[in-house]
Design a protein around this ligand. Sequence first.
Ligand code: AMP
Length: 312
Amino acid sequence: MNTKSSNNGLLIVGSVAYDSIKTPFGKIDKTLGGSASYFSLAASYFTTAALVAVVGEDFADADKDVLAKRNVNLEGLKKIPGKTFAWGGEYSFDMNTRTTLFTELNVFENFKPQLSETQSQAQYVFLGNTHPALQLEVLNQISSPKLVGLDTMNYWIEKALPDLKNVLGKVDLLVINDSEARELSGEHNLVKAVKQILLLLKQSPKTALIIKRGEYGLLLFAENEIFNLPGYPLEDVIDPTGAGDSFAGGFMGYLAKIDATNMESLKQACVAGSALASFCVEKLGTERLQNLTENNIQKRMNDFKTLTHFEI
Ligand code: AMP
């Protein structure tokens, strides 16, 4: 990871939000959040991400500047009459359980992205967590992607399973957490769950599934192999919000930069994504993702190598 790539082939479609977050270690109101914000900030350390999202008239220029300063391509950020999507969450003491306090969809409710010609030519595409029918609508506008990833959540598994299965059959990569994998497959055992979920995805040499396990790390399944990466052992976890989106941004940004999708590249991208996610949780909101250096990231990726290296 020497220099940032000028590859402009990464597209993220998702939410840009005002988050109100309460954790045992801090509290912040109406701060820049949303899946696309975390994703594009994390990806920005590897490549330029083009963000497609909608905000309301209350969206402050200062928040747009946060993204612009990281060189995020904001041509696809539309400001329309109404209020920006707002979300509130509170974490329990162990930080593993989160209660959603409110979700105000506002302008996000009627979000129907129309991609520009350049956006529709993106090679690396990530469909952030929204209604699966909307994810499909976006995907149908992409001409010939090299890799399409998708995030979803229990809400869509419960409320829109047929739509979700439909879009899953058209994407290469699914990134979900362990409880969602169990719910989607109906299997408690993760290895069995994985076998079932892999069959739901588009079948190709690039088919991949990543199961996020919070502070315990992740499992990657691709090319008939399993890769298991621990979580980074952090002393200070302040706010887990956006860790999953930061992982996805680091992961996809890294792949777009090296322009490869084989198993070795996916493993490296998992380390890149995990490094970005580990930074994300060190401060409230997106703050920590705003001012990292390439050295910070390189060092943490090297730490992962040391952490997992052994000889027999
Ligand atoms: P994560 O911690 O990875 O689940 O991501 C949290 C981010 O997701 C927050 O910044 C929220 O603004 C955003 N978010 C929460 N609920 C939704 C939703 N229903 N649709 C889109 N984004 C959401």
